[in-house]
Ligand binder design. Structure first.
Ligand SMILES: Cc1cc2nc3c(=O)[nH]c(=O)nc-3n(C[C@H](O)[C@H](O)[C@H](O)COP(=O)(O)OP(=O)(O)OC[C@H]3O[C@@H](n4cnc5c(N)ncnc54)[C@H](O)[C@@H]3O)c2cc1C
Ligand SMILES: *[C@@H]1O[C@H](CO)[C@@H](O)[C@H](O)[C@H]1NC(C)=O
Ligand SMILES: *[C@@H]1O[C@H](CO)[C@@H](O)[C@H](O)[C@H]1NC(C)=O
Ligand SMILES: *[C@@H]1O[C@H](CO)[C@@H](O)[C@H](O)[C@H]1NC(C)=O
Ligand SMILES: *[C@@H]1O[C@H](CO)[C@@H](O)[C@H](O)[C@H]1NC(C)=O
Ligand SMILES: *[C@@H]1O[C@H](CO)[C@@H](O)[C@H](O)[C@H]1NC(C)=O
Ligand SMILES: *[C@@H]1O[C@H](CO)[C@@H](O)[C@H](O)[C@H]1NC(C)=O
Ligand SMILES: *[C@@H]1O[C@H](CO)[C@@H](O)[C@H](O)[C@H]1NC(C)=O
Ligand SMILES: *[C@@H]1O[C@H](CO)[C@@H](O)[C@H](O)[C@H]1NC(C)=O
Ligand SMILES: *[C@@H]1O[C@H](CO)[C@@H](O)[C@H](O)[C@H]1NC(C)=O
Ligand SMILES: *[C@@H]1O[C@H](CO)[C@@H](O)[C@H](O)[C@H]1NC(C)=O
Length: 594
């Protein structure tokens, strides 16, 4: 740790924003001076008595944060906390790939790379277990007042604060070393109305959705209404809806006809960094309303519920297509097939479709599951896909495809979407290809994606693609989402596969590879493209422009109005320019202003 030097632990606050008692360490990294949040090895860390007081304020909902694998270990770090429980360890091992089980856990992160993998559910109880990049305490909030108490405590005591909803985030933004975590998973209320009469011009049906509600349970409740309705949500059953998803923008199977998830939002209820309850909509706090719709998660406020437009159910058709080793083992044939498939992105998306695909050598080559045809019959969908089949047939490429139609979107969704497998280790990146990029550089884009899935013979990757144009059905909306989403054609997440046990140096090397080799290849072929803050690279160059384009300047102003002192933090969100997690991924610190 030679690069870092600690030269004072109690200094006066430079900006006067914090009480002098709660000043963290001052650290110097490569000549830059940082002032840190308070951590457990600092004098400003709350005493046991302080934690007890907080626990009383939150009605006993404060717990020590225990990593999910800890029940398989004799001890957690150096602490005397007894964590081993043979039965719970078996249960954890059995549920390690169960998304719902993991999202129900108080702090688990589903993509363990960001937790540092220091406490896995091993068969050897004497092996070490430490918190790694998990937090220290968690409030399992049951009421808004408990969330507010947590925000106030973190702000007053200068602690790293983490809002954790499902722990689903690919980018690890719901975990943070040494933090106080607020878990919002219990906020499950949903209330449907047939006629919205709040601010704005919408008089159709709507729903108010609690912060902890997850994708499939929301779709299920919408389907149970009379008449049945749909809501724009993600493809994954367990992703939170009113947490990170909406605040990042949110794409999904119905985005081709109804736009991004955030485009449908009518109103937010939230708690600010100052611990104030606010409503944000067209009439009240309209700047916050605008920013919460796509401006970045954990940036402007803690959202407690969202009121959103609902739409009538529609018939939906879907197609599943495979091209894999049952069909060909020839890379050139497969490459040709992928070019044909992906080059038609503008065609699919300009029929209001959403196309979910997985591609890579380890993923059976190309698995499209599914093509979504909203408001289409089987015949209509097959008509739209005819150019694809014609081109594959003309090139003599073998494939399997089948199409089915359903009376409703929900029945289609349950039948044709598959669950993902959590607890895989990879470094994530991604790129949004615009309509004009696909039209002008479609072949180069396909080549870059093939490269991203196998950038080196020994370095495998995989891509998860979402072909959709949210601007097709909803061409103009005033919110924080990158304007390029209105001309989108294909958004692809790239993954550099890791084992999760690499040294820090190897991690840094692979992160750089992800950004400067894989990411660069994708950026180079998409001059009018963008990136997606919820499924992107934490080291994205020029991230302000890449994630928000012309909306960034306004977001920065709104951030400095609602959270000037950095109560909230996740990497690459508006206003975090002077903040860094230093000391090998541990301490969150701010560049000292001179
Ligand atoms: C398997 C998988 C599938 C996905 N599918 C889609 C998809 O179809 N479409 C899409 O757009 N995205 C998708 N995503 C990305 C998803 O939108 C983000 O991971 C999102 O951040 C998840 O939000 P969460 O609240 O469920 O997760 P969490 O990991 O709990 O939180 C993510 C971020 O949101 C913040 N946050 C959570 N709740 C609140 C709150 N109430 N107030 C303020 N900040 C909050 C957290 O602090 C954190 O920064 C997918 C991700 C995965 C892993
Ligand atoms: C908070 O109080 C509850 C109820 O008394 C208790 O079960 C829990 O262990 C306490 N949390 C901490 C961190 O001590
Ligand atoms: C555990 O204790 C040892 C010796 O006191 C110390 O060096 C080490 O940093 C501690 N580790 C943690 C994770 O607290
Ligand atoms: C993170 O993992 C690395 C590599 O195993 C290890 O050297 C480091 O101590 C870990 N840090 C924490 C805080 O767990
Ligand atoms: C409502 O509609 C009017 C007239 O079309 C428009 O000027 C106004 O901006 C709209 N308000 C909102 C909140 O969309
Ligand atoms: C591809 O290779 C696998 C493994 O050798 C084999 O089982 C499969 O039949 C091959 N596929 C074709 C189309 O030849
Ligand atoms: C992809 O599209 C471009 C532009 O429309 C076209 O020139 C090219 O031939 C297409 N390639 C394939 C493989 O379809
Ligand atoms: C490969 O394609 C076949 C035929 O469609 C399908 O049954 C199989 O599940 C596919 N394999 C993978 C790994 O996707
Ligand atoms: C669905 O299609 C029908 C018939 O073509 C049309 O009247 C209706 O407006 C469409 N609905 C949507 C939401 O696009
Ligand atoms: C996006 O498309 C709209 C029309 O839908 C067009 O007016 C606009 O110029 C396009 N923007 C870009 C960046 O291509
Ligand atoms: C970062 O710090 C510099 C120097 O103090 C300041 O000029 C700049 O406004 C800060 N940026 C943000 C986004 O806070």
């Amino acid at each position: 740790m030679g690069r870092f030097s600690l030269f004072a632990s109690l200094l006066l606050a430079a900006d006067g924003a914090l009480g002098a008692k709660w000043i963290g360490e001052v650290k110097k990294v490569d000549g830059t001076e940082y002032q840190c949040k308070c951590y457990s090895d600092n004098a400003c860390w709350p005493t046991n008595k302080d934690w007890e007081t907080l626990n009383k304020t939150v009605n006993g909902q404060l717990q020590l944060a225990i990593p999910p694998g800890a029940v398989c270990h004799k001890s957690l770090g150096n602490s005397s906390v007894s964590v081993y429980d043979a039965a719970k360890c078996k249960d954890t091992q059995a549920n390690w790939l169960n998304e719902q089980w993991l999202t129900d856990h108080p702090i688990a992160n589903l993509w363990p790379f960001s937790t540092n993998n220091t406490c896995l559910p091993t068969d050897d109880p004497s092996s070490p277990c430490t918190r790694g990049f998990y937090g220290n305490y968690v409030i399992l909030a049951k009421t808004k007042d408990q969330i507010k108490a947590g925000v106030n405590f973190a702000r007053e005591r200068n602690l790293r604060l983490i809002i954790r909803n499902t722990g689903h985030d690919f980018m690890g933004r719901s975990t943070g070393f040494g933090s106080l975590i607020i878990n919002t998973h219990s906020f499950k209320d949903v209330n449907f109305v047939q006629k919205y009469n709040g601010p704005g011009n919408w008089t159709g049906s709507a729903a108010t959705v609690g912060a902890g509600v997850q994708g499939r349970e929301l779709y299920r409740q919408a389907f149970a209404q009379s008449p049945k309705v749909v809501i724009v949500g993600g493809e994954c059953p367990t992703v939170g809806w009113a947490g990170g998803y909406i605040q990042g923008g949110g794409h999904g199977p119905l985005s081709g006809i109804y736009g991004m998830g955030a485009d449908s939002v009518l109103s937010f209820d939230a708690i600010t960094a100052e611990g104030k309850y606010v409503t944000a909509n067209a009439k009240e706090n309209s700047d916050l309303y605008w920013a919460l719709k796509g401006g970045g998660p954990s940036t402007f406020a803690v959202v407690t519920s969202i009121t959103v437009k609902t739409f009538p159910e529609i018939p939906t058709a879907g197609t599943i297509l495979n091209i894999n080793s049952t069909h060909t083992n020839d890379s050139a044939t497969f490459g040709k097939a992928f070019h044909i498939f992906h080059n038609l992105s503008n065609h699919y998306s300009n029929h209001g479709m959403f196309v979910y695909f997985e591609q890579g050598p380890g993923l059976g080559r190309l698995h499209v599951a599914p093509f979504v045809g909203p408001n289409m019959t089987e015949t209509q969908l097959q008509g739209v896909l005819k150019p694809l089949y014609d081109q594959l047939n003309a090139a003599k490429i073998p494939y399997d495809a089948y199409t089915r139609s359903f009376p409703t979107f929900f029945e289609f969704y349950i039948d044709m979407f598959e669950d993902e497998q959590p607890n895989q280790n990879s470094i994530v990146g991604g790129r949004l290809f615009s309509q004009s990029d696909i039209a002008q550089h479609g072949d180069k884009i396909a080549d870059a994606l093939l490269f991203a899935s196998m950038p080196e013979p020994t370095q495998l990757g995989f891509n998860v693609g979402h072909i959709v144009n949210p601007g097709y059905g909803v061409p103009k909306v005033d919110n924080a989402i990158h304007p390029t989403w209105r001309n989108a054609s294909s958004f692809v997440i790239s993954n550099v596969i890791m084992s999760g046990t690499e040294s820090w140096a190897v991690r840094k090397d692979r992160e750089s590879f992800n950004t400067n080799v894989v990411g660069k290849a994708l950026r180079d072929v998409s001059p009018s493209g963008a990136s997606y803050v919820n499924e992107g690279d934490l080291n994205e160059p020029n991230w302000q422009q890449a994630y928000w384009g012309s909306n960034y300047a306004r977001l920065l102003k709104i951030r400095s109005k609602y959270d000037p002192n950095g109560v909230f933090y996740t990497q690459t969100t508006p206003g975090t320019e002077n903040w860094s997690v230093i000391d090998y991924g541990t301490k969150l610190c701010k560049k000292a202003s001179k």
